[in-house]
Design a protein. Structure first.
Length: 478
């Protein structure tokens, strides 16, 4: 017994010695920088001592043998979990998967997820993906993946479980506010090919562009869509960012730039260090389109979508219509680590040109229109009458609802040709489908109606000597 205690003491001592050596050799530069900044943290060393003691005790006395790598990985995950929901540790496999996501082609179900109070929550389903087709909606809570509870499951663990071999089914249990009990959905995994931009034509001259996500080719695809619509001689435009979970920052800046005709601040970031303080502006290399513009948003519009909507709203270039956005306005920096893993670390907040904080607050539409679900599309259970209180409480989850979310702080101050019979027949066939879009989508219907009366309102305002557009043809409707 004495020999065992002696061995344990020696082992604990060696662990502490190793920890001290690591502290002195690896992060010395950071420690000196911290002291130079006048922000020493003496308690850190005591806590690290306790950590080494616990590590040693578990290795020596736990009922089963546990590898130190497993425990340290667990400690790292626990450490980042104590921060905001978007900071996370990415093991080598997860890091490789994350790099694939922004290519526009990846395997999975087709949903953007986040975490609220330890429960997986759908931020938005991607159009025309397996999840979208089975009826998942923004705000759905994923309670189980197969038979495993998602309570306190990390985002990376969930992603790993949701992804799998193409064509293989997966069962997930969903709870929705309109459900009396959780409901199981069976979804067949598929390669998710994200066509980030689609376009249509309404009422002869109203162009419609939907951006589903901001991937690496979004700005190029947007240029193509705008070119096609220009050939159809559109005079107004609707940009649909609903259920767009975001994506690449540079693409958000590029997209915003397409609607501006001179240099303007689009978004800026502020963090603890000067290197995190950045400004992103438009340029005048290419003349931006000057159509009257309405942007559709909802609580599934997050991150890059909010940057675009917030900038064009601040610059009086667009009318924002829909419901408040998600409120995800923080910057995550991916820092590769020596073993092939990485740290996704929240390093700054996004601000609109006027200094509004996107984080937690989101973007408030100029015109608030709640989405109405036509009766024929509602589930039988969803047709039941509800109290006014419950109806008011039913809202999509937003960033501010997430556990330990980062606080927002306060604000700082096809081609048409004449005589082409084939084209004409095609348009006649498409017309009923377009009208059906408007019947099913009251928010889109409102946007089309507003733009349909644009010329009439313009004449009235002109007679009243109220300016409708700025000299650079930007919309000014606030």
């Amino acid at each position: 017994m004495k020999l065992s205690l002696l061995n344990n003491a020696i082992k604990a001592g060696l662990t502490r010695c190793l920890l001290v050596i690591l502290l002195l050799v690896l992060p010395a530069q950071n420690l000196f920088a911290e002291e130079a900044a006048g922000d020493p943290k003496p308690d850190t060393y005591n806590k690290l001592k306790v950590f080494s003691e616990i590590l040693s005790l578990i290795e020596s006395n736990y009922v089963e043998s546990v590898g130190s790598d497993t425990m340290i990985d667990g400690a790292i995950k626990g450490m980042v979990k104590s921060l905001d929901p978007h900071t996370s540790y990415l093991p080598p496999t997860s890091y490789k998967e994350m790099q694939v996501e922004t290519t526009g082609k990846f395997g999975g179900l087709g949903i953007e997820i986040s975490i609220r109070d330890g429960v997986l929550t759908v931020v938005s389903p991607i159009d025309d993906t397996p999840a979208f087709k089975v009826g998942l909606k923004a705000g759905d809570k994923i309670i189980k993946i197969e038979d495993e509870s998602t309570l306190d499951m990390t985002l990376q663990d969930a992603v790993s479980r949701l992804r799998g071999e193409t064509g293989s089914p997966i069962n997930i249990t969903i709870f929705r506010e309109t459900f009396k009990a959780p409901k199981e959905f069976t979804i067949v995994r598929a390669i998710i090919k994200v066509r980030s931009v689609i376009h249509k034509l309404y009422k002869k001259d109203i162009g419609y562009i939907k951006i589903r996500s901001f991937s690496k080719n979004t700005s190029v695809d947007l240029d193509k869509a705008l070119g096609e619509l220009e050939k159809k001689e559109i005079s107004k435009l609707i940009l649909d960012l609903r259920n767009n979970p975001g994506g690449l920052l540079n693409q958000a800046v590029e997209v915003t730039d397409r609607f501006l005709n001179r240099e303007n601040l689009i978004v800026y970031t502020k963090g603890r260090s000067d290197e995190q303080n950045m400004r992103f502006t438009s340029h005048d290399k290419v003349a931006g389109v000057a159509y009257p513009l309405i942007i559709l948003v909802n609580s599934g519009s997050a991150s890059a979508s909010e940057i675009v909507a917030g900038a064009l709203q601040d610059l009086n270039r667009a009318i924002i219509l829909g419901t408040p956005t998600f409120g995800k306005g923080s910057v995550q920096t991916i820092i590769p680590l020596s073993d092939g893993s990485a740290l996704r670390l929240t390093t700054a907040r996004y601000y609109t040109p006027s200094g509004r904080v996107i984080q937690e607050n989101g973007i408030e539409p100029d015109i608030i229109i709640e989405r109405e679900i036509p009766e024929e599309l509602e589930d039988d259970k969803e047709k039941e009458k509800e109290s006014e209180e419950k109806t008011r409480l039913r809202r999509f989850l937003r960033e501010k609802d997430l556990k330990k979310h980062l606080k927002g702080k306060s604000s700082i101050g096809d081609v048409e040709e004449e005589g082409n019979e084939e084209t004409s027949v095609k348009e006649e066939a498409e017309e009923p489908l377009l009208n059906e879009d408007l019947i099913k989508d009251n928010q889109l219907q409102h946007a089309v109606s507003l733009l349909s009366g644009w010329e009439v309102m313009k004449k009235v305002f002109k007679n009243l000597q109220i300016p409708v557009t700025n000299p650079d043809s930007r919309v000014s409707m606030h």
